[in-house]
Design a protein around this ligand. Structure first.
Ligand SMILES: Cc1cc2nc3c(=O)[nH]c(=O)nc-3n(C[C@H](O)[C@H](O)[C@H](O)COP(=O)(O)O)c2cc1C
Length: 365
C-alpha cells in the first residue's frame, strides 16, 4: 500500500479526479529552495495539453500551498501542494453505470477498494493526479538547474512518425523544447503527429507514443547498488505515471541485437575527465550514473477512454455489456505526459543526490 515515492525526498500523492482537490505532500526538502511560480505554471500548462487536440476538461490548475512555503521559498517542513478540482463533471460518467472502461483502472480499482473508492473520472487513478506531481517536480527542476542539471522530454515516435533524435549533447535541445507547444524537435514530424491525433479524435479513437527524456549535467556516481539503481529509481517513478507501459535506457531493447563491440561505450580521458565515446547505456553503468547524458524512453499507451463501442462488464450486475464513453477525453495523452516525465526524473534524481550528499546538497549556495 503506497502512494509515496522516494527515500530522502518523499512525494505522496492524494486526491480523486472528481473530489474536491488533488495534491502532493513533499517531505525532505531543504529550507530555502526557490519556488518559481512562473516556471511551475508553465509546466502545469504543458500538462494541460494543446487546446486544439486536448481534453475539453480545462481548469486553471491553481496551486495552493497549505504548508511548507513562505515568501516563495520552501521552509524545510513538509510542503503540501493542493490543486482544487473546479471542472469535475461526475455526470459524464454516471451514464456508464457500473460498466468498467476497458484498459482503465475501473475494474482493478473496484477489486482493490471493494467498490468503496470513487471511480468517476478514474478516481485516484486519474491522470489528473499528475498535476501535483508536475508542481512538485517543477520545484526540484529549478533546484537542479541551479546545479547545472537540466531535463527535457520529446515525443520520439507516434504511430510510425519519428522525431529526430536528441543531439549527442542534448542541452540545446532541452532549451528548444521549453518553447514548443508539442514537444517534438522536428517541425515536420510535429505537424504529422498533430494530424494523427486529429484523425484519431474524429474517429472517436486515440493514439499513444514514445517519450524520450534527457537529463544533462548529472555527474558520475549517482545511484545505489542493486534495488535502488538509477535505472530502478527512474523506472519506478515512470511506471507510476498512468498509461506508461514500457521503459528503456539508452539503446534499450535494441542492445539485444548488437554485438559487444557495437554495444560497448568505450572510455577516454577528455579535458581531464573520463568520458564515454558513445552512449548506448543511456548514461548508466552498474545502476550508477557515468557522467554521460541520462537518456531513457517511456512508451505511453493510447488513451483508454475512447468514444467507440467496446465490450466490457457491468460491475454492478456482473453481466457483459457494451460501453460508448461520452465524457471528455483526449485522443492522445502522450504530449501531456512529457512534463510529467520531466517532473518524475527531477524527483528521482533529486532523491538520489540527497541520498548521496544529504538533502542540503540541493540548495544552491
Ligand atoms: C496526463 C495524463 C492524462 C490522462 N488522461 C486520461 C483521460 O482523459 N482518459 C483516460 O481514459 N485516460 C487518461 N489517462 C490514462 C489513465 O489514467 C490510465 O491509462 C489508467 O489510469 C490506467 O492505468 P495504466 O494505463 O497505467 O494501466 C491519462 C494519463 C496521463 C498521464
Amino acid at each position: 500500500m503506497s502512494n509515496t515515492f522516494g527515500k530522502a525526498i518523499r512525494v505522496t500523492l492524494f486526491g480523486e479526479s472528481h473530489g474536491p482537490a488533488v495534491g502532493a505532500v513533499v517531505d525532505g526538502l531543504p529550507p530555502g529552495l526557490k519556488i518559481d511560480m512562473d516556471r511551475m505554471n508553465a509546466e502545469l500548462a504543458r500538462r494541460s495539453g494543446l487546446e486544439s487536440v486536448s481534453t475539453a476538461r480545462r481548469e486553471p490548475d491553481a496551486v495552493e500551498f497549505l504548508s511548507g512555503e513562505k515568501d516563495g521559498y520552501t521552509q524545510g517542513t513538509p510542503l503540501t501542494i493542493v490543486i482544487r478540482n473546479t471542472s469535475a463533471k461526475p455526470g459524464d460518467y454516471e451514464a456508464l453505470g457500473g460498466a468498467a472502461r476497458p484498459s482503465h483502472a475501473d475494474y482493478t480499482g473496484y477489486v482493490k477498494y471493494l467498490g468503496f473508492a470513487d471511480a468517476s473520472g478514474g478516481g485516484h487513478f486519474s491522470g489528473r493526479l499528475t498535476a501535483p506531481l508536475v508542481a512538485a517536480g517543477a520545484i526540484l527542476q529549478t533546484a537542479l538547474e541551479e546545479k547545472g542539471i537540466s531535463i527535457g522530454t520529446h515525443i520520439s515516435r507516434m504511430r510510425g512518425i519519428a522525431d529526430r533524435a536528441f543531439r549527442d549533447d542534448p542541452a540545446e535541445d532541452i532549451k528548444l523544447l521549453k518553447g514548443l507547444g508539442l514537444p517534438v524537435l522536428d517541425p515536420d514530424a510535429a505537424a504529422e503527429m498533430i494530424k494523427e491525433i486529429e484523425t484519431a479524435r474524429v474517429a472517436g479513437d486515440s493514439v499513444g507514443g514514445i517519450l524520450e527524456t534527457a537529463v544533462c549535467g548529472l555527474d558520475a556516481g549517482f545511484g545505489e547498488p542493486w534495488f535502488d539503481s538509477l535505472e530502478s529509481q527512474i523506472s519506478h517513478i515512470l511506471f507510476s505515471i498512468p498509461a506508461v507501459k514500457g521503459v528503456a535506457f539508452g539503446a534499450g531493447f535494441s542492445l539485444a541485437d548488437m554485438t559487444g563491440s557495437e554495444a560497448n561505450d568505450c572510455l577516454s580521458v577528455q579535458d581531464d575527465r573520463i568520458r564515454a565515446l558513445s552512449n548506448n547505456g543511456g548514461g548508466v553503468d552498474g545502476g550508477i550514473s557515468n557522467g554521460m547524458p541520462l537518456i531513457f524512453r517511456a512508451a505511453v499507451k493510447p488513451t483508454p477512454s475512447i468514444a467507440l463501442p467496446q465490450r466490457t462488464v457491468d460491475l454492478a450486475s456482473g453481466k457483459d455489456t457494451v460501453i460508448e464513453i461520452k465524457g471528455r477525453h483526449d485522443p492522445a495523452i502522450v504530449h501531456r505526459a512529457a512534463p510529467v516525465a520531466n517532473a518524475a526524473a527531477a524527483i528521482a534524481v533529486a532523491d538520489l543526490i540527497a541520498r548521496r550528499y544529504g538533502y542540503m546538497a540541493l540548495r544552491s549556495e
